[in-house]
Write a protein of this length. Structure first.
Length: 96
C-alpha cells in the first residue's frame, strides 16, 4: 500500500466479498508500514474473528504493529495465540 493511499486501499478492502489471509495481511502490514499500526492491529482480531487463519506473515505483521505501538500486552496475546494454535509455519517469526 503506497503512502497516502491507505484510505483508497481500505475502501477496496471493505468492498471485497471474500477476504483471504493475503488481503488481511496486506492491510495490516500496509497500515503498519505507513505509520498507522493503530489501524492495522485491530484488523488482525477482525481477521481471526471472521474465521481466517493467520499465517507466518500475518503473525509477523501483527507483531510488528504491536511493537510499533509499544503494546506489550497485545504482543503477548498474539504470541499466546501462536503457541495455542500450535502454529507450524516457519521456525522463526521475525520482526524487521
Amino acid at each position: 500500500m503506497k503512502s497516502g493511499r491507505a484510505t483508497d486501499a481500505f475502501g477496496l478492502f471493505e468492498e471485497m466479498p471474500e477476504r483471504n489471509v493475503v488481503l488481511w495481511t496486506s492491510m495490516i502490514s500496509g497500515y503498519t508500514q505507513n505509520g498507522n499500526p493503530e489501524k492495522g492491529f485491530p484488523l488482525f482480531a477482525e481477521m481471526v474473528a471472521s474465521g481466517v487463519l493467520p499465517n507466518d506473515f500475518s503473525f509477523s505483521a501483527t507483531l510488528q504493529a504491536c511493537a510499533n505501538l509499544t503494546a506489550l500486552y497485545h504482543g503477548q496475546q498474539v504470541h499466546s495465540l501462536i503457541i495455542r494454535s500450535e502454529f507450524e509455519g516457519n521456525a522463526r517469526i521475525g520482526i524487521v
